[in-house]
Design a binder for this molecule. Sequence first.
Ligand code: F6R
Length: 366
Amino acid sequence: EKGGYEHFMIKEIYEQPRAIRETMSSRLAKDDSHIILDELKWTKQEMAAIKKIVVVACGTAYNAGLVGKYYLESLSRIPVEVDVASEFRYRSPLVDENTLAIVVSQSGETLDTLAALKEAKRLGAKTLAITNVVGSSISREADQVIYTWAGPEIAVASTKAYTTQLVLMSMLAIYIAGLRDTISAERSRELISGLRNLPAQLHEILEDVESIKTFAQKYGFNEDVFFIGRSLDYAVALEGALKLKEISYIHAEAYAAGELKHGTLALIIEGVPVIALATQHDVYEKTLSNIKEVKARDAVVIGIAQQGDEQINKYVDHTIFIPKADKFLAPILAVLPLQLLAYYAAVTRGCDVDKPRNLAKSVTVE
Ligand code: F6R
């Protein structure tokens, strides 16, 4: 069943170009002018009445929600809160009939997420589920559902579910912005054509993983690894750190790069690996100055940057380049090297990659 791969996780990492193509298929207008989400039955009036969006999920799906917040807020100009399901449900959330509650869950069975969905419904919110499993409890409970078409995900560590959730979130944001007239035809077209390029670009990353493997082998025995980034890169950093922790048992932390000097910089000493994401042009210079801060403490810095970036090499020890992409879509590419780093670090350390200790694929208890 592993199709010649050593683990389900690496098989699923390699399935991402296809999973993303499937998730987009028939949902992008042929002329790239708009997103087709026939599943959604909202009218323009209903969408105009939405005052707030809450995104609720756990773990990796929560991390996807953080990226979703950025997409939804920038394109639709609706305020978005992202909450961990186990917190949301016990917080007397401020949710009413003018709220859209979006729950994100690969399995569609996560108990806390299901309970949060029920709570949002009880409070009168419109509810939407993004899930990978047709007929799952969450898909049945939500008013409306859009499916990621990632195919079954077997490895405990989520990979293709995350990237397809990001793709769907970006499509949803373009769709909602279209209904609210907050996106220009030009921006919409630009993003949709960017989406179309993703499968080939992901493939390109997967064709050359040697340097990533080497870094994983080299740094796989460090006790602590830090991930830093700004804006969307920060959201991706959180997912990179989670992946590394759960399968390789290396202590990993992700920080908004600008937050480092508010405490965590004290932990950066000689030889500590720092993975610095620098794919977002609007905050690029700021990120570089944070990279200089960690270099000044003799950290070993691996930069993740867009192809064509000629500056980064001057400031980091190694760089992993991702194909050039719109800053919105860069996270969908930038997470791949992080998934691969986690995978090869776990393999180097002899960990049980597909079944990490203490974890279950579907968490149906509190
Ligand atoms: C991490 C991971 C978990 C899940 C979380 C939510 O790799 O897989 O953090 O993302 O348990 O699961 P779903 O998406 O099924 O609700």
